[in-house]
Design a protein around this ligand. Structure first.
Ligand SMILES: O=P(O)(O)OC[C@H]1O[C@](O)(CO)[C@@H](O)[C@@H]1O
Length: 403
């Protein structure tokens, strides 16, 4: 894969860049992910799947390796990782950045359960049972039923679109990996903008109006309760002509527990189309037709599972983003990759952190890890003074945009 000219900026020759966020410092956020969340995830997989002894042992060995060993080589089929390895194979896991190590963990987890093997588990999503339970749950019924109210005559267009944006934004809290952590999620926001630490909604809508009828790319994050409101928002953009075409980027393989794959898009569209309430079912039917007409396209680029920032994106992807009226990146991991997962000052302008991105870009993210940029100094002071872990608790969110 050819990389863009500035690709070197996100690797380890950090000239002028803030240090990468690590995970091995006891008490750091990443330390908790590796020492608490990953063992819990492995226990959950044993409950969800009838794993054989070999699979269970491979999972336990992976957790142990991350906590005290060196990064073992990957299977021969991990072709992309020859480039993505960044010289880290054979080196202690604790030396790798949080972003690289976490991404590598999920790839190796798939190997452990046989996802890439030649046996019966090939291609089986180990997170499938959890995703399915969430998608079929009654909470989703309630969330879809709420759509009916948005069609009411007394709801104006601005209210409607802010409600849809808020649903997509806060849907990002419904991340199965995150919810697996005690204390994950808490207070939440609403369509009035409560809970936002950065709020570029007005600029975002104005930009979409100006570029009405263009291509909008949505880089999806989680399946289920995040993807459903994402799709409803996509339907709104297409229906109102703000977008002539939407390309939905998903992961080519299961990742970070509940990240959406093409299978998950299919499941979500089927769930919408079969919804018991009319407004949701109509969205499902419309999007189904849009897919048939090429107005809604799903793409699964290998770089979606790369362990590095978008600064190193391959040229084909950069060209695609350059041609879009807007690219919307959903969620925390995409944000880490967009601004690079570094100890930036929180007041570093979003436009500066994303200056390299080849087209207009927006982020809809609930804060679930340490990095953040683009905040007003007063906001940072106020949030820090409150004493709560606002950067990682999922209680706050942001809408950021650069034209
Ligand atoms: O689903 P999201 O919003 O990308 O969140 C995933 C996040 O969860 C974590 O795995 C732990 O919070 C982060 O490292 C990661 O950024």
């Amino acid at each position: 894969m050819r990389r863009m000219a500035h690709a070197r900026r996100d690797l380890s020759d950090d000239g002028g860049l803030a240090p990468e966020i690590g995970w091995s410092e006891p008490g750091s956020f990443g330390w908790g992910v590796f020492h608490e969340r990953h063992p819990r995830l492995v226990r959950q997989l044993r409950e969800d799947l009838p794993l054989g002894a070999g699979q269970a042992e491979a999972l336990d060995a992976l957790v142990a390796e991350t906590l005290g060993g060196v990064v073992a080589p990957m299977g021969a089929d991990a072709v992309e990782w020859e480039g993505w390895g960044q010289g880290r194979f054979g080196r202690p896991w604790r030396e790798a950045s949080f972003l690289w190590a976490e991404s590598c963990f999920y790839r190796r987890l798939l190997e452990a359960v046989g996802y890439f093997g030649t046996g019966a588990w090939r291609g089986v999503d180990p997170f499938g049972p959890a995703k399915e339970a969430e998608l079929q749950g009654s909470v989703v019924d309630e969330e879809l039923a709420a759509l009916d109210g948005l069609g009411d005559a007394d709801v104006d267009e601005a209210q409607r679109r802010d409600a849809l944006l808020a649903a997509s934004l806060w849907g990002n809290r419904a991340d199965l990996g995150f919810l697996m952590t005690a204390g994950g999620a808490g207070a939440s926001g609403d369509s009035a903008g409560h809970g936002l630490v950065a709020d570029d909604r007005a600029q975002l809508w104005a930009h979409l109006e100006r570029r009405r009828g263009g291509l909008v790319i949505v880089v999806a994050d989680n399946a289920g309760r995040e993807l459903l409101p994402d799709l409803v928002l996509v339907d709104h953009l297409l229906r109102g002509g703000l977008a002539a075409q939407v390309v939905l980027h998903v992961k080519p393989q299961p990742y970070y527990v509940s990240d959406a794959t093409t299978d998950d898009v299919v499941a979500a569209l089927r769930r919408l189309r079969g919804a018991g309430t009319e407004a949701a079912a109509q969205v499902g039917r419309r999007l189904w037709e849009c897919a048939a007409e090429g107005l809604l396209v799903v793409r699964a680029h290998p770089f979606a599972c790369a362990p590095s920032a978008y600064t190193g994106m391959p040229e084909d992807l950069a060209a695609e983003f350059a041609g879009a009226a807007l690219t919307v990146l959903k969620g925390d991991l995409n944000y880490r990759r967009l601004v690079q997962d570094r100890h930036w000052p929180a007041t570093l302008p979003f436009a500066e952190a994303t200056a390299y991105f080849p087209g207009p870009v927006a982020s809809l993210r609930t804060l679930k890890s340490e990095v953040v940029v683009g905040l007003e100094p007063g906001t940072v002071r106020r949030m820090d003074a409150a004493g709560a872990p606002w950067r990682t608790a999922g209680t706050h969110a942001l809408v950021q945009f650069r034209s």
